[in-house]
Ligand binder design. Structure first.
Ligand code: PGA
Length: 251
């Protein structure tokens, strides 16, 4: 079986002005650099707001912590006021982009078809797409969680997906920013379902209120290949503590 190196991704969302963001990025870069051989057994990624990409990228340079965008347009360039293209993210030093996050799906009306076009755009620019999927509370209560997630996967992944260009993040909408997390059993179950419908070896992250207290339980589940962390990624100590919960990859 292929080794799946865990990925811990910090999604800063719409948080951070230059001064505090630089302190946060520097705190992470220092921990990653000082840790050297004692680094956590995972790849680290920070996805700051677009306004901070260049600055954060500069601070993280040489630390081994990767840079990613939080969203992008599908097109390479053009008359799309307020948007950012995958090529622009790559040009700013990004290697990843988060796509189809529930805050985009619900707050900006993004459909699976729109997300699929964005994933294709990300691949065109050489970025790895972190595709987010997840059910709402009402959908889970109605017994539709699996259906919803499988429909999102089927509709949002273009032809050409590989374990090298795609990461899936399972984020139950009701767990995002609420302090609620899915049970370990439900996480393992959904990850196994997701795994059966994506290319072998593709990493599946869990997201939704992951914090230093619950990270160890979640990140040591065999089906979990890392986490997408929002709130707790805004504190260098918390993010580092979560990173240190990543166990060695399954061989
Ligand atoms: P949270 O956000 O960790 O604050 O719940 C996760 C996410 O939205 O990616």
């Amino acid at each position: 079986m292929a080794v799946r190196t865990k990925l811990l991704a910090g999604n800063w969302k719409m948080n951070g002005l230059r001064e505090d963001a630089e302190v946060l990025a520097r705190g992470l870069a220092q921990r990653a650099t000082v840790a050297g051989g004692g680094r956590p057994a995972c790849e680290l990624l920070i996805c700051p707001p677009a306004s901070l990409l260049m600055m954060v990228g500069g601070v993280l340079s040489g630390s081994g912590v990767a840079l990613g965008g939080q969203d992008c347009h599908a097109a390479p360039k053009g008359a799309h006021t307020g948007d950012i293209s995958p090529e622009m993210l790559a040009d700013a030093g990004c290697s990843y982009v988060i796509l189809g996050h529930s805050e985009r799906r619900h707050g900006h009306g993004e459909t699976d078809a729109m997300v699929r076009d964005k994933v294709a755009g990300a691949w065109r620019a050489g970025l790895i797409a972190i595709l987010c999927v997840g059910e709402t509370q009402a959908q889970r209560q109605a017994g539709r969680a699996t259906d919803i997630v499988l429909t999102q996967l089927a509709g949002s992944i273009p032809d050409g997906a590989t374990s090298g260009n795609l990461v899936v993040a399972y984020e139950p909408v009701w767990a995002i920013g609420t302090g609620l997390t899915a049970s370990l059993e439900d996480i393992a179950k959904m990850h196994a379902i997701v795994r059966a419908s994506i290319p072998a070896g593709t990493r599946i992250l869990y997201g939704g209120s992951v914090n230093p207290q619950n990270a160890a339980g979640i990140l040591t589940l065999a089906e979990v290949d890392g986490a997408l962390v929002g709130g707790a990624s805004l504190d260098a100590d918390s993010f580092w503590t979560i990173a240190c919960c990543c166990a060695e990859p399954a061989a």
